[in-house]
Design a protein around this ligand. Structure first.
Ligand SMILES: [Zn+2]
Length: 55
């Protein structure tokens, strides 16, 4: 999960959701502060964690 610094504050976003809003990220100049693997973290958009596996 990556921590994104956005105009509305810091947000954890999974790679999938970040890719889905790539245009917004570009437009608003979001910056990925750092990345952390932690099962406690939940993506603000899809509410899923990093550790779950999706087929
Ligand atoms: Zn997500």
């Amino acid at each position: 999960m990556k921590l994104w610094v956005t105009p509305e504050g810091d947000r954890w976003l999974c790679d999938e959701c970040a890719a889905g809003i790539a245009e917004k990220i570009e437009e608003e100049k979001w910056r990925a502060a750092f990345e952390k693997q932690d099962p406690e973290l939940r993506c603000v958009m899809c509410k899923h964690g990093d550790i779950e596996v999706w087929d």
